[in-house]
Design a protein. Structure first.
Length: 188
């Protein structure tokens, strides 16, 4: 009888460890899925920027520095490895700030604000920024759930044994870069 009890306890522990392992795998996959969603939205924004810059360039002959800053920040953001969450967040924050400055300067050009092409690009950028915010929120939630499991007892024992580790949040360090670029060009 004692053998059966010991065997039942061992089986129960094994089932529990397998369950924890599977939950950790599921959380890790959710983090990867979340990062993929961010990556897709960043790519959409990255591809939209040249069109926006070209549209604005014809109207803004005196604002070359602003256009150059957006182009430079886009290039820097494009050179950051996709897996480096902290560096990617920092580069994307700087790009967002440069876009915000570009759109703020564009406010001074009534002909530009009336351009259908510019208005369409502005609306698309607004949608991309909204979807990017949702993707960041999903990713950070998945990271939080994984990190809790990696740090909590007894799942931390399983996580440590099988090489699960904490993930970085997608955060922007400079508070001024946290703001979504202002993309509203309606009447004041």
């Amino acid at each position: 009888m004692t053998t059966w009890i010991v065997l039942a306890v061992i089986v129960a522990i094994a089932v529990y460890v397998i369950s924890l392992y599977n939950r950790l795998v599921r959380q890790r996959q959710m983090v990867r899925e979340g990062w993929s969603g961010i990556d897709v939205q960043l790519k959409r924004r990255f591809d939209l920027i040249p069109n926006l810059v070209e549209t604005v360039k014809g109207y803004m002959t005196h604002e070359r520095d602003t256009l150059a800053a957006v182009t430079e920040m886009r290039a820097q953001a494009g050179n950051v490895p996709s897996g480096d969450v902290t560096a990617r967040a920092q580069a994307e924050g700087m790009l967002g700030a440069a876009l915000g400055r570009l759109l703020a300067v564009a406010e001074s050009y009534p002909d530009l604000k009336a351009s259908n092409n510019f208005l369409e690009l502005q609306n698309t950028l607004e949608k991309v920024e909204h979807e990017l915010q949702m993707a960041r929120r999903y990713y950070n939630g998945a990271v939080r759930d994984l990190n809790v499991m990696v740090e909590s007892f007894p799942s931390n024992l399983v996580a440590g044994q099988f090489g699960f580790s904490k993930e970085d949040y997608f955060e922007i360090e400079d508070a001024s870069e946290r703001a979504t670029p202002q993309v509203s060009f309606g009447s004041r």
